[in-house]
Design a protein around this ligand. Structure first.
Ligand SMILES: [Zn+2]
Length: 172
């Protein structure tokens, strides 16, 4: 599982367990997945969800993923720059109070008030941005699968070359 996908599914639930844990248990239990590989470079697959039985739960998961993405993308900060040395200061919008500080780097006073700011920007780091993209794409994919009546399968990517070394395939 790529780290971003794992993180995307970590805080969302599917049938009362974390979606990530369900994925892990399907792929990493003692019983290997029973179904075939979906394509070159992937191991055998298992059913994550199947309509119509899992349809409501999967749609709830899609909702939850979108809500998480919205909530985490929504945090914004006001940004200032020290006029002398260009050091940047950012404060979450909800915590902004007009106050004057001394620049940590050069000691010049910096007015941390909204009119003096350079404007708003997202507080989200680039990795969390990728996680949120995963959440949205998974939500779209889950909805489409359920609308078409397709089961959702999971499988792991196999690291090229690892199989030759150990005889066993090593999984990401
Ligand atoms: Zn400065």
């Amino acid at each position: 599982m790529p780290e971003a996908v794992e993180r995307a599914l970590a805080s969302a639930e599917f049938r009362d367990i974390r979606a990530r844990d369900r994925l892990r248990s399907l792929l990493q239990s003692d019983l290997p997945p029973r179904l075939g590989s979906p394509g070159e470079g992937f191991g055998p697959s298992a059913v994550f969800a199947q309509p119509p039985h899992d349809l409501p739960a999967l749609l709830r998961l899609a909702d939850e993923l979108e809500q998480l993405a919205r909530r985490e993308a929504g945090e914004r900060a006001l940004v200032w720059k020290c006029a002398s040395c260009n050091a940047r200061y950012a404060v979450p919008v909800s915590l902004v109070r007009p106050v004057s500080i001394r620049c940590e780097r050069c000691g010049t006073p910096v007015e941390l008030s909204a009119p003096h700011s350079l404007g708003e920007e997202s507080l989200i780091d680039p990795f969390l941005g990728v996680v949120n993209t995963c959440r949205r794409e998974l939500a779209v994919f889950f909805r489409e699968a359920m609308a078409r009546g397709w089961p959702v399968l999971v499988s792991e990517g196999e690291r090229p070359g690892a199989a030759a070394a150990g005889g066993d395939s090593v999984r990401q």
